[in-house]
Design a protein around this ligand. Structure first.
Ligand SMILES: Cc1ncc(COP(=O)(O)O)c(C=O)c1O
Length: 376
């Protein structure tokens, strides 16, 4: 395990058995993480000309980015400039920021980062912002043109220009701005990721056909569009087989969670859990654990006890959780440890400062979640 960071907060020695760790703790099963990364890479290898640029909004940790890059990732995606700062500091240069940003504090911050990492790539869906970036780049004497992708709304109805013709209008604006260089298009179908298999594939093909239509329209009008980036964990393989797609941005596959496992079943393993301790069991119908809403997010449903069939978990406040049984008394006593698979990993990871990285049931490393709290 490379790049081990020892935490100031955690009093645990490398080699400690998982059951002996203090709780709540965010546990990463290293073998499963590596298997998930290999599984994604192998699945996409079948599609010539398509690369994987994993989204690090999930893992928020340079060590995880390194594992992905070592396995052949083409670069990384992040959602925020503050995340891009963390990964730049860790020596990773090829970073696509997949969310739009605006406002002077943020634009100034972008240029400060751009001065030390001109491999950053950004997305745009607004001509005024394109012009503002260009004039700021002029004032700041930026020497390398900023690589931009047009963001296209392929059905999520969140960001992005809405039609091929709007994409062309924006491409023309960008082409006229000397400090911007159009390198491609992004169309992310986030609304489809958790649909059941058949609906997901069919609706993803529709979304990709909208993306392809915009690409063809730009190409007909003399824009090269070398990068066409899209896809999440639930859609990556479908996107990879669609015309003109060159790059995929899956993130959740690295850890998985209850919501994704239920939707995509079996392709990737649950590699992240929250270890907790039973702190009270004053009646047989329930055990109370030390992991509540400050340790397990609830935005996409409750966590599940791992390898404890028949038991369910529900939060019982910020610091408490209740484990119940569907049949009879709960077979847990005060001091027992149990692992829970988060309902949603991204928002659970954002609650912790470090990963306890486990190999063969023992602590192998502590990795700081350095982009934790980086929401700007
Ligand atoms: C723009 C973008 N691309 C890719 C992803 C990664 O998707 P997933 O976590 O479903 O793999 C996300 C996740 O929210 C995203 O917002």
């Amino acid at each position: 395990v490379k790049n081990t960071v020892f935490s100031q907060n955690v009093d645990a020695e490398i080699g400690t058995a998982i059951e002996a760790l203090d709780t709540p703790a965010l546990i990463v099963d290293l073998a499963l993480v590596e298997a998930n990364i290999q599984a994604m890479m192998q699945r996409i290898k079948k599609f010539p000309g398509v690369s994987v640029r994993p989204h690090l909004k999930t893992g928020k940790c340079p060590e995880i980015a390194r594992l992905m890059l070592d396995a052949g990732a083409a670069g990384i995606c992040v959602a925020k400039i503050s995340e891009a700062e963390v990964f730049t500091d860790a020596g990773i240069r090829d970073i696509l920021i997949t969310s739009e940003f605006a406002g002077m504090p943020k634009l100034d911050r972008f240029f400060r980062l751009y001065q030390r990492n001109s491999d950053l790539k950004i997305v745009l869906d607004n001509a005024d912002l394109a012009r503002q970036l260009n004039s700021l780049a002029t004032n700041k004497s930026v020497s390398q043109p900023i690589k931009v992708l047009i963001d296209l709304n392929v059905g999520q109805n969140r960001t992005g220009v809405n039609t091929a013709s709007e994409a062309l209008d924006l491409a023309r604006v960008i082409a006229a701005l000397p400090h911007l260089q159009l390198i491609g298009i992004q169309g992310y179908e986030g609304h489809l990721q958790h649909l059941p298999d058949s609906d997901r594939e069919q609706q993803c093909r529709q979304a990709m056909s909208k993306l392809n239509e915009a690409v063809q329209h730009l190409r007909k009008n003399e824009f090269g569009v070398p990068v066409v980036t899209t896809g999440g964990t639930g859609t990556a393989e479908v996107c990879a087989g669609c015309e003109s797609v060159t790059e995929l941005q899956p993130g959740s596959f690295v850890f998985m969670d209850v919501a994704y496992r239920d939707a995509t079943g079996g392709k990737f393993a649950n590699a992240l859990s929250v270890l907790s301790t039973v702190t009270s069991s004053s009646c047989p119908e329930r055990a109370v654990i030390d992991a509540g809403m400050k340790s397990l997010s609830i935005d996409m449903g409750n966590a599940e006890p791992k390898n404890l069939a028949g038991l369910t978990y529900r939060p019982a406040g910020d610091e408490y959780g209740i484990v119940e049984s569907k049949s009879g008394p709960v077979p847990l006593s005060v001091g027992d440890k149990l692992e829970l698979i988060p309902g949603h990993i991204d928002t659970t990871v954002a609650l912790f400062d470090e990963y306890m990285v486990v190999q063969d049931g023992k602590l192998a490393a502590i990795w700081r979640i350095s982009a934790r709290g980086k929401v700007q």
